[in-house]
Design a protein around this ligand. Structure first.
Ligand SMILES: C[S@@+](CC[C@H](N)C(=O)[O-])C[C@H]1O[C@@H](n2cnc3c(N)ncnc32)[C@H](O)[C@@H]1O
Length: 261
């Protein structure tokens, strides 16, 4: 196990997780494909004329709900297997996928602790005014099975971070990842379409792990989980299918370590 720490494995997470022993990680944060089903290449404009670049990447494309569910079942089963009985498993998603993901998790025997709502302070408006602005994402927080009662939860720290009041599952209010935090390519375009805010993942890791614990992310993307885990003194490892993002994430962690030293 030790040999994998502080690495982002380039590969398919289902295949790579098969190499990880049972009951070996303390916290899993997973931000899987959403299966948004957006038409490829369609560009919408904001009222100020700037383009909105949607998530229409190949990694978010599936042939059907059946294919998405088969994929979801396979990666979640592996996460459940490698999670310690004292560990917890977090999955973030939107209304497009979170209900399918949640059903599969419950069918596999994972036990829900909370559905945490990340309320976005600056979500994009609904452009055609045909529905409400979607202003949140859901994080399902779970344990391996119903009998796993001794999981890590840093209750007092969360209370302290919430001004001395018990933290609610809706007290997760953060802006989207913007400004200096947002990684850009050489043309100034977002380097990864769904980079999550550091603060969100920081709250997850602080709530549900301790220094030296092993944090795993099967969908590493731009490396947000790796940077936060590194900053908080956790051991970490992850998987990412797209080579371009593997390099992006590795360089991001290296930059972080260089600035820290
Ligand atoms: C929603 S993004 C994760 C974003 C990440 N949380 C961040 O902050 O940058 C999902 C990522 O999973 C990757 N991915 C999709 N299918 C995968 C698979 N089967 N195995 C490993 N990575 C995969 C995609 O390339 C994409 O970068």
């Amino acid at each position: 196990m030790e040999k994998y720490f502080s690495t982002i494995i380039h590969g398919d997470c289902i295949e790579e997780m098969k190499k990880i022993p049972d009951n070996s990680v303390d916290l899993i944060f997973a931000d899987p494909p959403y299966y948004l089903q957006l038409p490829k290449g369609k560009r919408l404009k904001r009222s100020n004329g700037t383009e909105i670049i949607p998530v229409d990447n190949d990694w978010d494309s599936f042939e059907s709900y059946e294919h998405y569910d088969t994929f979801t079942h396979a990666w979640i089963s592996e996460c459940q297997r490698i999670l310690k009985p004292t560990g917890t498993f977090w999955v973030i998603g939107m209304y497009h996928n979170i209900f399918r993901v949640g059903t599969i998790m419950q069918n596999l025997g994972l036990w829900f602790l909370n559905d945490v709502i990340w309320v976005k302070t600056d979500a994009l408006p609904n452009l055609n005014g045909r529905r409400f602005t979607n202003n949140h994402e859901t994080l399902i927080w779970s344990v391996k099975s119903k009998d796993c009662k001794k999981y890590t939860f840093n209750y007092e720290l969360m209370k302290k971070m919430n001004g001395g009041k018990q933290m609610k599952d809706t007290d997760w209010i953060f802006g989207l990842c913007r400004g200096n935090e947002r990684l850009k390519d050489e043309n100034g375009i977002k380097a990864h379409p769904t980079q999550k805010p550091l603060k969100l993942i920081q709250q997850v890791i602080l709530a549900a792990s301790n220094k030296g614990d092993v944090v795993f992310d099967p969908f590493m993307g731009s490396g947000t989980t790796a940077v936060v885990a590194e900053a908080l003194g956790r051991k970490w490892l992850g998987v990412e299918r797209d080579e371009k993002y593997v390099h992006l994430a590795i360089n991001r962690v290296k930059d972080f370590i260089a600035k820290k030293v």
